[in-house]
Structure formats: structure tokens, C-alpha cells
Design a protein. Structure first.
Length: 256
């Protein structure tokens, strides 16, 4: 369960990232967050895992208070939250397997991660996570040799290695071609359904939001202006969220 109650985030320059946001996301739900750049999508995700502190209000994940948590408490909370970034954030010079097992670094001494001294059990965890995203054959390939889509799937596998209860994805398909974007979204959806991991994904493409969002949250100027199912998120709803008419740039290229 993710609970936000009257959460406001005001940055040092005065910009308001979240404006009195209250949300309840139950265990196992697949949520897609949409909105223009600057609407508050990334701030929402980064506030959930404590990367951005709330200025006011309260926020908890699985019953643990994120607002006001100490550094030690935040580390414990984040160990249960998988994070997937648009830019993949892999260590390109090392292998896929090393990148994946690094997802469990909170349980692994630093020297073993540097030297790649993994136990048989840890390697099995790596293989299992890579199998979840259909890329196990790349386990011992250098990450720098992978395509963008393959790198993002490794990033998902790395997040899975944490054995998370929550998965957060910040624009995970923004830099991918349309077929690969569909593949990554299907991976996230399947993992959510099979493992029951609460999943929150920021997206720009409205057709993907409709297709994959069990629940769609629309944000504008730091506020929640829409909260409904993918089926409820018609063009009129998106126009209210965006404050303008929709354009071809709002859907995945090659789709209408």
C-alpha cells in the first residue's frame, strides 16, 4: 500500500512539484501516471521512494513512513522499492549478470560486488530475474553491447533482484522504438500480474496508458486532475489533463 495524504513538494527555487496530493494505491495495482512535462509525474515517483522530500503532508509505503524518515530508515524503505529510469542507469563496462545482482546490493558486501564474487545462489537469482524479462542468454554479455531495449529489460531484472514490493518506473519507454516500448510494457505488466508487485509507471504516450493502465492518474501543475481506469481515459479526459487538444506526438509512433 502506498498512501499520500495532502503531500506538497516545494523545491528551493519556489517551484511546486506536488500540490496537496492525496492518493491511495493498494497492493498489487498497476498504475500509469500521465501528464505534460513539469506536471509532477517524476516528482511523485521520486517522492514515493524518498529521493525528493515532501515539504508537507504524510507519505507511507507498506506502513513505513517515508516523510521524516532517517537515512537508515530510508535505506530500509528503498530496499523494498525497485526503481527503473528512462536512461537505464546500468554500469556499461561490466556484465549483465553483475548489473542485475547489484540490485541486491543492500544484502551484498561491497568488495564482492566490485570483484563480481557471486555465490551460486546469487547467480541463480540473477538468472531467474533475467528469465522474467526474456534476456537470460545475455547474462555474461557486457551491458555496453546491448540495444536500448535490452538495457531497459536488464534494468527491470536488476530491480526485481531486490525482491521489491513496489516497482517505480520513470518514463521507461521514452527513448525506445515502438515495438520495444510495447515489449517493455508487457514485461512490466506480466511481472505485476505474476508477482503481485505494486507498479507505478510514468508515461507520455496516451495509447500505452490506456492499454496497460489498470488505473490511470492524470497530473497537471502538480495536482491530480484525473483518477480512473484505462477504459475511462478517453480523449476528452486526456485533453482535460493536458489542457490542450491531442496531437500525434501524444501516441506511440505508428499508432493512431
Amino acid at each position: 500500500m502506498i498512501e499520500l495524504s495532502n503531500v506538497t513538494v516545494r523545491y528551493p527555487n519556489g517551484v511546486v512539484g506536488l500540490d496537496d496530493v492525496s492518493l491511495s494505491i493498494p497492493d498489487g495495482q498497476f498504475v500509469v501516471v500521465v501528464g505534460l512535462s513539469g506536471a509532477g509525474k517524476s516528482t511523485l515517483i521520486r517522492t514515493i521512494n524518498g529521493l525528493v522530500p515532501a515539504t508537507s503532508g504524510t507519505l507511507s509505503v507498506d506502513g513505513s513512513e517515508v516523510t521524516g524518515a532517517s537515512k537508515k530508515q530510508l535505506r530500509a524503505i528503498r530496499s523494498r522499492i525497485g526503481m527503473i529510469f528512462q536512461s537505464f542507469n546500468l554500469v556499461k563496462r561490466t556484465t549483465v549478470m553483475n548489473n542485475v545482482i547489484m540490485g541486491a546490493l543492500h544484502d551484498v558486501p561491497w568488495y564482492r560486488s566490485v570483484l563480481g564474487l557471486w555465490t551460486a545462489q546469487e547467480k541463480e537469482l540473477g538468472y531467474t530475474c533475467l528469465e522474467r524479462v526474456g534476456i537470460v542468454e545475455k547474462a555474461w554479455t557486457r551491458a555496453s553491447q546491448l540495444s536500448g531495449g535490452q538495457q531497459q529489460r536488464v534494468a527491470i531484472a536488476r530491480a526485481l533482484a531486490q525482491n521489491p514490493t513496489v516497482m517505480l518506473a520513470d518514463e521507461p519507454v521514452a527513448s525506445l522504438d515502438p515495438p520495444t516500448a510495447q515489449m517493455v510494457m508487457k514485461d512490466l505488466q506480466r511481472i505485476n500480474r505474476e508477482l503481485g508487485i505494486t507498479t507505478v509507471v510514468n508515461l507520455h504516450f496516451l495509447d500505452l496508458a490506456r492499454a496497460y493502465g489498470e488505473r490511470v492518474i492524470g497530473m497537471r501543475d502538480g495536482k491530480v486532475v484525473f483518477d480512473g481506469t484505462g477504459a475511462d481515459a478517453d480523449d476528452a479526459a486526456f485533453e482535460r489533463i493536458y489542457g490542450r487538444s491531442l496531437t500525434a506526438d501524444d501516441v506511440l509512433p505508428g499508432r493512431s
